[in-house]
Ligand binder design. Structure first.
Ligand code: PFF
Length: 452
């Protein structure tokens, strides 16, 4: 297709490694470090992890490749991408943008908690190992009506700042430095945690499945977690793929990104759950698990405060490389579709999403009586709708779109760079995307929502 009607060439990734790091940067974030360990804790440990892996293999890799393919094919963000291929699916892109809005609104609240904990670590607060005291500190912070909102604002401003810088100038540059540092730091903390007394009980909890714990709820939670953690189902990877050049290898990228993401999630689990058991915390502690458990670990380490500062700073970086991709989905929509300039779009949308996050934060304290969905507070309700409903719905529609409307042959042509690359698993992938993945998502969905 000729590009003579384009104002300027679309920004592209500066290098292959830059793309992998940025896309993994989107995938690796609070979903791995904060959400995976506490979700595993709440949903039966090994049972959850087992189901997580099953879904990763059936749905995760399959959809990662699908999203990158659609993005690179159309060189557009989700709404435009769907519209250009089949107008009837434009709404799927729109649901993705909406999911991005919702996820970023509460994601930024947790990002704010992380900033608060960096400050705590700097001021030497990590000298306590008592679960009661640490739990109390966390709860009194998140239930405060003002303080967490100020930190939420700071997180949003940081996110905005990076997105305004554009693709190769902003996102790629930061990811190159931050992702590898995070990896090294996580390994160190995991080693420390695994050598605590009684640590093996946590390892067993996380890795040995108790089949009696598998329920519809657990499976739905794992499904939502795969989508959330891999940044799938809302077009983030369509957007990232849209900046890929036509000779890049989509197949290897869609294996590498999920592998990196899963490795970090497991390492985070192995850093947190052994400590939970060693110190006698409650594995079902929920969203506070990271914030309550790790300070206890740091308190028991020589130079613990230094560790604490470095760790929470890296968590912040990981959160930012994800939040920028969430904002990017929304921003690139208005830049591509409404022709806004990037700076204006980032500031206005970031502002709106900040305001949307305020009720989630207040729902922890002042508004904790408001329970919009299934008895969940505002924060959990927004998370549930976005992660367990919108993302799987977006993923299922993507399978249906490729498998039954756009056509597997067209997808395979894009994946193999028009026959130049060898895709050994083409047959398996086609079968997964056409039949297995959409049906699996649907079944989990129906089970988990208790419709059967
Ligand atoms: N994958 C990110 C994480 O695990 O923290 C969160 C996320 C980013 C979800 C981007 C969805 C998305 F599009």
């Amino acid at each position: 297709m000729s590009s003579n009607n384009e104002v300027k060439p679309r920004d592209q990734w500066g290098s292959k490694i830059g793309f992998i790091l940025a896309a993994s940067g989107s995938a690796v974030g609070l979903g791995n470090l904060w959400k995976f360990p506490f979700m595993a804790g709440q949903n039966g440990g090994g049972a959850f992890v087992l189901i997580y892996f099953a879904i990763l293999f059936i749905v995760g890799f399959t959809l990662m490749l699908a999203e990158l393919t659609i993005g690179r094919k159309t060189q557009l963000s989700p709404v435009g991408a769907y519209r250009s291929l089949d107008k009837r699916f434009t709404w799927v892109g729109a649901i993705g943008v909406l999911a991005g809005f919702l996820i970023l609104s509460f994601y930024s609240v947790v990002g704010g908690w992380v900033i608060r904990y960096i400050v705590k670590a700097v001021t030497g607060a990590f000298t306590i190992a008592d679960p009661e005291v640490l739990g109390g500190l966390f709860v009194s912070f998140i239930t405060n009506p003002i303080e967490p909102i100020i930190y939420h604002l700071i997180f949003m401003i940081l996110t905005l700042g990076i997105v305004i810088g554009g693709i190769s100038g902003g996102i790629e540059k930061y990811s190159k430095i931050l992702m590898p540092s995070l990896f090294v730091m996580m390994i160190l903390i995991m080693i420390r945690s695994l050598t605590l007394p009684n640590a093996m009980e946590g390892v067993r909890f996380l890795l040995v499945p108790d089949f009696s714990k598998i329920t519809g709820d657990v499976v739905l939670a794992a499904l939502g977690q795969v989508f959330f953690s891999l940044s799938l189902g809302m077009g983030a990877m369509i957007t990232y793929g849209s900046y890929l050049s036509k000779d890049e290898d989509l197949i290897s990228s869609s294996v590498q990104i999920p592998l990196i993401d899963t490795a970090i999630a497991l390492i985070a689990g192995l850093a947190i759950l052994p400590a939970v058991f060693s110190f006698g915390f409650d594995p079902e502690g929920g969203p506070g698990l990271l914030f309550i458990t790790l300070p206890a670990v740091f308190s028991q380490m020589p130079l613990g405060s230094v560790f604490g500062v470095i760790f929470f700073t890296l968590v912040l970086f990981a959160a930012l490389t994800s939040s920028i991709s969430l904002l990017e989905v929304v921003v690139s929509y208005v830049v591509d579709e409404w022709k806004w300039n990037r700076k204006m779009a980032s500031i206005v949308l970031g502002g709106i999403i900040f305001l949307m996050g305020v009720p989630s934060s207040l729902g922890m304290g002042l508004w904790s009586d408001i329970r919009p969905i299934m008895g969940k507070d505002i924060f959990d309700s927004v998370d549930f709708i976005a992660s367990n409903v919108f993302l799987p719905l977006g993923g299922m529609m993507l399978c249906i779109f490729i498998g039954w409307f756009w056509g597997i042959d067209k997808a395979l042509a894009e994946i193999t760079n028009n026959g130049k690359l060898n895709f050994a698993l083409a047959g398996a992938w086609s079968f997964l995307i056409k039949f297995i993945a959409p049906v699996a998502i649907l079944v989990v969905f129906i089970q988990g929502l208790g419709i059967f």
